[in-house]
Structure formats: C-alpha cells, structure tokens
Ligand binder design. Structure first.
Ligand SMILES: CC(C)(COP(=O)(O)OP(=O)(O)OC[C@H]1O[C@@H](n2cnc3c(N)ncnc32)[C@H](O)[C@@H]1OP(=O)(O)O)[C@@H](O)C(=O)NCCC(=O)NCCS
Length: 112
C-alpha cells in the first residue's frame, strides 16, 4: 500500500478562497469555497493523483469543517465529496445548510 507518511497540515488560504492540505510542505489537495454571508459554500475538492486514496480528502474536509465551526459560519455542501463526508460525520449536522436553487444560482454568478 502506498501510504503517505509525510507530515500533513491544513491551512485556510483566504485570498484564494480555499483550504489546502500540505504533505511535507507540498500542496497535495484543496477544498474550494465561496462565502455567502454566514454560509461557506464548498463547491470543489481535489486531491492530487499522487496522493489519492490515502484519506487526505477526508482529513482536509474534517479540518476545513472544524475551521468553519470555529469561525461561527455554516456549511453548504455543493461539492459531492463534502456532501458524502457530512453524511458520514453527523457531528457537523448542526452547522450544515441544504443546497438550494438559490445557493446554486448565486454560486454560478460568483464563479462567473
Ligand atoms: C474526491 C477526491 C478529492 C477524494 O480524495 P481522496 O484523498 O482520494 O479521498 P479519501 O481517501 O479521503 O476518500 C476516498 C473516498 O472518496 C470517494 N470519492 C471519490 N470521488 C468522489 C466523488 N467525486 N464524489 C464523492 N465521493 C468520491 C471514494 O469513493 C472513497 O469513498 P470510500 O471512503 O467510501 O471508499 C479525489 O478523488 C479527487 O480529487 N477526485 C477528482 C475531483 C473530484 O471528483 N472531486 C469531487 C467533486 S468536486
């Protein structure tokens, strides 16, 4: 099994509207969002192929959602991977808002 043993960390990069997961200081994945008032709308998550299937996606989303809670914000899981994560991790149910047509329309405009 090609399990990564590198040191992992997750950082929020406000200027790029995303969280990044680093392995030994190298960016291995990201979770992109836009803020809609108190809602942090997650719309895309990706992990580099070289690091796929090692749980990095889950680690990244776990840390991102903990940061959302700490920031007093709420989560909207447009990204299917984040949605799947939330189904498995009920501890974030209290800060999760549904994906509505309003949110999707707003996101489309935001992303141009
Ligand atoms: C989705 C992705 C971020 C997962 O990263 P990862 O580090 O390999 O994820 P983990 O090891 O934590 O988890 C793997 C799980 O993700 C699931 N998964 C993979 N692609 C998925 C997708 N598009 N939507 C939902 N779940 C997905 C796998 O089925 C696996 O599920 P399991 O735990 O039931 O076996 C990565 O595969 C990727 O970058 N994919 C291409 C971009 C993409 O499709 N992003 C998601 C939609 S925006």
């Amino acid at each position: 099994m090609n399990q990564s043993t590198g040191i992992r960390s997750v950082q929020r990069v406000d200027a790029r509207h995303r969280y990044e997961i680093l392995v030994d200081g190298r960016r291995a994945g990201l979770a992109a969002y836009r803020d809609r008032g108190a809602q942090r709308v997650f719309f895309h998550t990706e992990v580099d192929d070289a690091f796929a299937g090692q749980g990095l996606g889950a680690e990244l989303v776990q840390a991102a959602l903990a940061d959302v809670r700490e920031s007093g914000k709420r989560v909207v899981p447009v990204c299917p991977y984040v949605a799947k994560f939330l189904k498995r991790h009920g501890e974030f149910a209290d800060i999760t808002d549904p994906v509505t047509p309003d949110v999707l329309g707003w996101l489309e405009e935001e992303l141009g």
